[in-house]
Design a protein around this ligand. Structure first.
Ligand code: CMX
Length: 134
């Protein structure tokens, strides 16, 4: 079951300058920075009330984020939904015709198990499902 929007992912060219910009915008700095080698990204997380923003910089030219910025420029990269049971939700959404990008959940940033849905099967929006690792 999908519980809420957990965060919005924003692709940036340069994490350091984007961190400074979002600190100015939101009034406080990132609560966490983390490199995710498997996803080839460096990330930082900001809290704003109940919501979170993840900034993503490619750490490798072959990264999905590098390709995204090359094609579409900086901007909103994905919407992440928190789920209570990622395996069950993946099975449900697959049955409903969504194209999952992996058969099993992967370890993502910020202590989460994650799975992506291809934007071509969700109205052009890259959707991330995430479940806190308990
Ligand atoms: N949002 C919306 N559309 C996107 C997109 C995104 N984030 N990324 C790619 N697309 C679109 C492209 O614009 C392109 O559309 P057109 O065919 O109309 O031009 C199409 O999808 C194919 O794009 P591509 O550049 O050829 O890329 P690939 O098919 O090789 O890969 C995707 C696309 C979604 C499968 C790949 O980006 C992916 O696996 N994403 C999930 C993993 C990821 O994004 N990791 C980084 C974040 C990790 C984290 O949050 O920690």
């Amino acid at each position: 079951m999908i519980l809420r929007i957990e965060h919005l992912g924003i692709a940036v060219k340069d994490l350091e300058s984007a961190n400074a910009l979002f600190t100015k915008l939101l009034g406080s700095g990132p609560y966490k920075t983390e490199s995710v080698a498997s996803e080839k990204v460096s990330t930082s997380f900001f809290k704003t009330g109940e919501s979170k923003i993840e900034l993503l910089e490619a750490s490798d030219p072959g990264s999905a984020v590098a390709k995204f910025i090359e094609k579409r420029g900086e901007g909103i990269h994905h919407v992440a939904f928190e789920v209570d049971d990622i395996i069950q939700t993946m099975a449900d959404l697959k049955n409903k015709g969504f194209q999952l990008l992996s058969d099993v959940p992967m370890k993502g940033a910020d202590n989460k198990l994650i799975c992506f849905i291809h934007p071509k099967s969700s109205s052009g929006v890259l959707v991330e499902l995430c479940q806190e690792i308990r």
